[in-house]
Each structure stands twice: as C-alpha cells, then as structure tokens.
Design a protein around this ligand. Structure first.
Ligand SMILES: NC(=O)c1ccc[n+]([C@@H]2O[C@H](COP(=O)([O-])OP(=O)(O)OC[C@H]3O[C@@H](n4cnc5c(N)ncnc54)[C@H](O)[C@@H]3O)[C@@H](O)[C@H]2O)c1
Length: 670
C-alpha cells in the first residue's frame, strides 16, 4: 500500500484530529455557495456556536468559537472550514478505504464522489448540486461519519440525522448499514425560512435528492432524463413525417443540472436556446463541450437562431443574459418556439435560485445579501413578466412544460396568469403529467443507476454490455405498450460510452422497469461472482416511480386527490430497508423545494454473493412496484396495465385494484 494511501486511511480512522489543525484560508476560487440569509437572533447565534462546538474538545472552544462566529457572519452558516481534510476528495477504488464492512466502504466511496470538486457544485460548503443540496452541514460531520463507516461491522447501522452521525446501533446483517434522514421536520415547520433558521442553527439540512443520500453521479443522470423528456416533448407536437431539426427548444439555466439541457437538445436533434445570467456557468458549460455556441448580445442571438432555423440545424446556443429578455424578444420577432421550458432554481427563489430581469447578476447578489425584501419583489415582478411572455408564445402554439423547478408554483404565487380555467390546475402541464409520468413512471421505467466500485472503465464497459444484452432480450418479449421505452433505452446504453458522460465515479444511468432492473442486477452479481468485474453499487435517483411524493413534479400525474400525501415515499423507504438495501434515505425537499416534497432512495452493494442476489430480487421488485400499485390505485391506465402484468409475473403480488365509475353516474349527483 502506498504511503499516501496509508496516510489517507489513518486520517479517515482518526475522525476529528487529536491535534487542532491549523486555520485554513478560505479558497477564493472554489465556486463558493451564496452567502446565506442572516436570520438568527443574537441568542440563536449563540446557540448555533454552542451546537457547533459539540463536536470538539473543550480546550479548543475559545479559539473555535471566535472562528465559527466569523464563519456565521461571513457565510450565514458554520462550515468548519479548518477541518476540511487535506487529502484529495474523489471516489477511490473500494479497496482503498479502511473498512471492516465492504458495504460501508462502498458508502464511503459514494460520499467522496458527492464531494469531489469535479462533481460538486460548492465543494467547500459540502454542497453537491441545486445550490443547497448538502451532503453534510459541516466538515466535522464528514470526519465523524467516515470514521464510523471505517470501524463499523456488518451487524451495525449508522443513523444519520441531516448530515449528523448520531451513532452506530447494533442491528443485523440484513439491516441497512446506514439510515439517512434529511430535513425531516414536524410538518408545520417546513417554510423556506424554517430551513434558513434551522440549517443556520446546525440541526437540519436540505439534502436535495441524491446529494444527501450519496447517490449523485454527475451530470449524466440528468442528461438521460432530460433527453427522454425533450425527445418526447417533440414527439407530442410534431407530425409523423417531421423531425426536430431546425425547431426551437427555448429554456434557461446552465447550472448543475440545467446544464444538461443543451446536450440533451443535441441528442434530441433540435435547436436549443438556453439563457444563463451567470457568465461563469455559461462559459464552463461551453468549455466542457456541453453547449456549442456562446452569445452575449441579444441581437446576435436573434440573427444566429434565425440562421439555424433556416438551415434546419441541430445546435445548442447559450445566451449569457436573462431568460425573460429572450422570451420577450422572440415574441416581438415572431420567432416560433416549438418547445419551451425553464430550469432556473425556483425551488430556492429568494437566495439566488432565480435572477430577476432588469438587474445585473451583481446587483441581484447585492440585494440578496443587503435588501432581501426588495429582491423578493423584483423576483415576483420578473416571474409575472416571464409568464406573460410565455402565455403569448403558447397562444401561437408553443408547447410549454414545467420542468420540476417550481416555475409555475412560484409564478402563481407571484400573481402570474398561469392557472387553468378551473383556477386549481396550472394551464401548462409539468413534464411528469404529460411525459415522464404516463410514458415512464406508470410503467415502472425510471432512473436506475450503478457505480463500478473498482473505479475501472473496463468494468463500466462490461456492465454497459450486460445491460444492453439484458434489455434487448427483454424487449423481444415485451408488449407493444413499452416497446418505445425499451428501444429509447437500448439506444441510450449503446451510445453511452461515446457520449462521454462519466464525471467522477465510473457510473451509468439507464431507465429500466422492475423486470429490467432486477435482471440487469442479477447478471451483474453473477459477473462479480465469477470475478469478471468488481463489486457494483446499485441505486437510483429519488425522482422515480415510487421514491417521491411531490404534487408538482413526480406525482403531478396523480389525479385522485392523494398527490398531497406522502404515504408512498414513506412506505418505500421502510419497505426497501427491510428487503435488503445497503442504505436508505428519506428527505424533505429536493428539486421543488423545502416543504414541497418527500423523497427517498436507496443504495445497494452487489458483491457477487447469494445473499446479494436474494436482496436485489426482493428489494428491486418492491422498490418499483410499490409506486406502480399506488399509481394504478389512482386509476392511471398505464399503471393499471403494468401492475396487472406484474401480478401475472409474480403470483405472490396481490394489489388492490380500483373499480372505475362511469362519469354519467357522478354528473348529476350535486
Ligand atoms: N425535474 C427534474 O428532473 C429536474 C432536473 C434538474 C433540475 N431540476 C430543477 O431545476 C432547477 C435547476 O437545477 P440546477 O441544478 O441546474 O440549479 P443551478 O442553481 O445550478 O442552476 C440554475 C441556473 O439558472 C440560472 N438563472 C437563474 N435565474 C435566471 C434567469 N432569470 N435567466 C437566466 N438564467 C438564470 C442561474 O444562474 C443558475 O446557473 C432546480 O430547481 C432543480 O430542482 C429538475
């Protein structure tokens, strides 16, 4: 073992260092998180410092208290920057981790991947994506968690409360190694400012979806989902003999996940115009090859897009500027937008998720820190203007969909005209209502993923090959209802390597249904047993069939009134935990915002054992079918079809099916 790995292992095993590390200067070029709201009273600030000092011996308290107070003042949070480890942060091969439990080592690898500066949005603040998607609240939590994972056995379970490692509890080999909760609040305390306050106190965090659950795999996860969405959006509106070349997809955001839009647009074969106010974010995506053209003058944009329309090009264009200006200008120019969306971070509207039109990026940042009330008014006005302009385009025929970023929700709260005639629904569908829900989730297709823990690309190649073979075999006997989904995913996996999607760990995403997920996993496990590949971590995005209850996103196509309930997500995490998951997580907030969603996920280490085979078969079947059952009870046709098929495949599955009432019986009742 190399000396550097020995040091790395020793550092992990040490947890909080025995000697106080030297104070570190805060890096100036590390893409810092925005300064958070100064929301605590003086007494609460004292409490935040008292809470932070719980991790450290008393002899350091007077020195650290001053430093943490300074961090609280400067950043609005206490990150404990001094304790950030000196070793490089990235997913090492599983064998590099000091561990008594292979499962725990797999989790350590996944945690380090989420904090890798090549992967994470604000690595110094332990934020993986979405502006506030935290893995931990501070570096002490990271150190103690890694130490626990290094010393734990396969008969213990680590409980994690919003990044805080509460401790190792005796359990059993069949129990999860880690149980994660993030941001779970007593329901009445889930307003945006509650997050600001309780996060500043150091007692909760916003885990987004795959940030706080250690399952982020860089941008490819989102590229795949976005490609499926954009492709199917065009399929909805194009005539049979038309294709999407030369047709406009107008949207915004080139950040953590939104940055996938131009690449997805290119794969879907259209003109993508994506506005981004932050020049750094746009330039970064351009340099990475994720967007073809960079333009910062709206007149130039109009000329270039008209040319692309004329030549029926497939091209992606980043406009450095505000999306509202583009919607308005394309309207006055009478440029026909076929498909429109938005991916600004409106789950986080008041602290930098959305930049209002008419203010420069710098002016906005200044108001966020110094005059939040005034900033809020600007955001609301801007949302109304944006919605007005989108309405004009829609009147000309644009297909606009909400991409799960709470655009319609926040626009409606700002007073924009986005409600349908019944004044309850929005006039535009969410991408789940029209596309992902009926075409994917209701059939059980969702963002299944895996990570090759050897860190070797040849293992990933082998798993791609296995997945393609399994999907092709399944497709041969699939009903016509899911042929398109199967074909899209076979095409995706065939081109996955060529699309160079790996950032960080050797990971792959693939939309598959219950049958596909379990069969692929079983063949992986056999290949591991034969020594053809190393151990594999399985997982999925929370944004899936069963994991997430979110009325404006994942469950927006549930129409029986239950979309505001969260029973499905809670059942899912409990059900996965006793069917073999290596770790499970349940979060408040993720994508659409704190208080707006309950979402959960799992991770499962396949090590080639018979036990792993038993667990994968039991858990993956449940993990998908729990959601299909709920979707079928909500009378969704596609889910009814899917659950009946599953009951035939597994006679021990017995699901309560709805009886469908004739409309005429209800019509004259009241
Ligand atoms: N439904 C899904 O599957 C899905 C997937 C990805 C993202 N999302 C949601 O989309 C949002 C974006 O995610 P992200 O990770 O890219 O966040 P992000 O904060 O990294 O990126 C958003 C970008 O929008 C830019 N922006 C803000 N206001 C703007 C404006 N008025 N005009 C132009 N640009 C503007 C910001 O500068 C930022 O770079 C989040 O709310 C997320 O939850 C949903």
């Amino acid at each position: 073992m190399s000396t550097s790995n020995t040091n790395f292992q020793a550092d992990i095993l040490q947890g909080i260092p025995s000697e106080l590390p030297k104070k570190k200067a805060y890096p100036i070029n590390g893409n810092p998180a925005p300064k958070r709201k100064d929301i605590l009273s003086i007494e609460e600030k004292r409490l935040a410092i008292r809470n932070a000092l719980r991790y450290f011996p008393e002899k350091w308290h007077s020195e650290l208290a001053i430093e943490f107070a300074e961090e609280l003042k400067t950043f609005g949070r206490i990150y404990m920057h001094r304790f950030k480890p000196n070793y490089k942060m990235y997913a090492r091969p599983i064998s590099a981790y000091p561990a008594k439990s292979q499962q725990a080592a797999g989790i350590m690898l996944m945690i380090q991947n989420n904090l890798d500066p090549a992967v994470a949005q604000h690595p110094n603040e332990l934020i993986t994506y979405g502006g506030n998607g935290a893995v931990f609240q501070n570096w002490a939590q990271y150190l103690v968690t890694m130490q626990y994972l290094a010393i734990m056995t396969d008969t213990q379970t680590l409980n994690m409360y919003s990044g805080h490692p509460m401790g190792l509890f005796p359990s059993s080999k069949d129990a999860p190694r880690v149980v994660v909760t993030n941001g779970m609040m007593v329901p009445n305390y889930s307003k945006q400012d509650d997050w600001e306050k309780f996060n500043a106190l150091g007692v909760t965090q916003y885990g987004q979806m795959t940030a706080g659950s250690f399952m982020y795999i860089g941008p490819q996860g989102i590229v795949h989902g976005t490609t499926i969405t954009v492709m199917n959006a065009f399929r909805k509106i194009l005539k049979k003999d038309e294709n999407s070349a030369g047709k406009i997809f107008l949207t915004s955001g080139l950040g953590g996940m939104s940055g996938a839009q131009p690449k997805a647009g290119n794969i879907a074969g259209c003109i993508t115009v994506c506005a981004e106010v932050n020049a750094n974010a746009a330039t970064k995506r351009h340099k990475q090859g994720w967007v073809d053209v960079l333009i910062d003058d709206i007149n130039d944009l109009v000329v270039r897009v008209k040319e692309a329309q004329k030549n029926e090009e497939i091209v992606s264009i980043a406009f450095i500027g505000n999306i509202v200006d583009v919607w308005e200008r394309f309207d006055t120019e009478n440029m026909y937008v076929h498909v429109g969306s938005d991916q600004t971070s409106l789950h986080n509207p008041w602290s930098g998720g959305y930049y209002p039109v008419g203010l420069s990026y710098e002016e906005s940042n200044d108001l966020i820190a110094n005059n939040p009330e005034k900033f809020k008014k600007h955001v609301q006005k801007s949302l109304v203007r944006q919605a007005d302009s989108i309405n004009k385009h829609a009147a000309k025929g644009t297909y606009f969909f909400d991409y799960g970023n709470a655009f319609l929700l926040e626009a409606s709260r700002a007073g924009a005209a986005v409600f349908a005639e019944n004044k309850i629904d929005f006039k535009y569908p969410s991408y789940v209502q029209d596309i992902l829900g009926p075409m994917c989730f209701d059939y059980g297709f969702g963002p299944f993923r895996w990570v090759c823990t050897s860190g070797e690309s040849k293992d990933l190649d082998k798993t791609d090959e296995i997945a393609m073979q399994v999907m092709t075999e399944i497709m041969a006997n699939s009903p016509k209802e899911i042929q398109l989904q199967m074909q899209d995913n076979i095409t995706w996996i065939k081109n996955a390597k060529a699309n160079k999607l790996v950032v960080g760990s050797q990971a792959r995403i693939l939309y598959a249904d219950a049958e596909g997920r379990a069969k692929i996993a079983e063949v992986f496990n056999n290949a591991i047993a034969k020594g053809e590949i190393g151990a594999v971590v399985l997982g999925r995005d929370h944004h899936d069939v069963s994991g997430t209850d979110s009325p404006y996103r994942e469950t927006s196509n549930i129409y029986d009134g239950s979309k505001f309930t969260a029973d499905m997500a809670i059942h899912n995490v409990i059900g996965d935990s006793f069917r073999g998951a290596t770790w499970v997580s349940i979060h408040n907030g993720g994508g659409v915002g704190w208080g707006e969603v309950t979402n959960g996920g799992f991770g499962m280490l396949l090590d080639g054992s018979k036990e792993a085979e038993r667990k994968l078969k039991s858990m993956l079947f449940y993990d998908v079918n729990n959601g299909i059952a709920r979707r079928s009870w909500a009378r969704n046709d596609e889910a009814l079809f899917a659950i009946k098929r599953e009951m035939e495949r597994r006679p021990d599955l017995k699901v309560t099916l709805p009886n469908i009432v004739e409309d005429t019986i209800l019509k004259n009742l009241f």
